[in-house]
Design a protein. Structure first.
Length: 215
């Protein structure tokens, strides 16, 4: 009788232990699943927060076009403080660098950061107001990009221009030569406007000198 009772007690104890183990496993699994779910939601929220500033930045107006283009650049002519002036993407003024005496750009590195090249994918197009005699072309940059040329000279934007029609780069003497906006025929405009003070300081680290050359 005692042996039978011992065997029955052992079997009952084993059953209870198995039930407790199963309950523990289920509880642990649910807890882990809950933690994983919370972690996933938290990561998604953090990811969304991290992307929000960048997404907002891309939508901000008044930023000089510097991103890689996805198609042909288009130049047109708008009224500015300098008169009828040639502009590129989103109406930003384009400039000629007098140090560029050929189709090859001499503005790289810090210069290209202050004066972003007007880039294109494919042949650039003449938009509204551009004279019929203007010759638009392209030149390969040392960084591999394709830059727009006007009448055989590379053209650029100015990082100091904050909105369409600004001409803050007009007449500045930076990186060894002067910078001039262009008229509807592609010729440099040498007059100044109130929006383009000739005394604007050069960016840190620039080399200034006398400009030269023209169309």
């Amino acid at each position: 009788m005692k042996r039978t009772t011992w065997a029955a007690d052992w079997a009952a104890g084993a059953a209870v232990l198995a039930a407790v183990s199963l309950a523990t496993a289920v509880t642990t699994g649910c807890s882990a699943g809950s933690d994983k779910s919370s972690s996933t939601v938290s990561q998604a929220e953090e990811s969304a927060k991290a992307k929000t500033p960048a997404a907002t930045a891309t939508k901000q107006a008044g930023v000089v076009p510097t991103a890689s283009p996805t198609g042909p650049a288009s130049l047109s002519v708008h009224n500015t403080g300098l008169g009828r002036t040639m502009v590129g993407a989103r109406g930003f003024t384009v400039y000629r660098f007098l140090a560029d005496t050929t189709t090859r750009s001499t503005c790289t590195g810090a210069c290209a950061a202050a004066w972003p090249p007007v880039l294109t994918v494919g042949e650039p197009k003449a938009g509204s107001g551009v004279g019929s005699g203007v010759k638009l072309g392209t030149t390969k940059r040392t960084d591999g990009g394709t830059q727009v040329t006007v009448n055989g000279h590379p053209v650029y934007y100015f990082a100091g221009d904050k909105k369409a029609g600004d001409t803050a780069g007009q007449g500045l003497n930076q990186f060894g030569a002067k910078w001039w906006a262009l008229d509807a025929t592609g010729k440099q405009i040498t007059k100044m406007s109130s929006a383009s003070p000739s005394g604007s300081p050069s960016p840190s680290g620039t080399n200034t000198g006398s400009g030269g050359g023209g169309y």
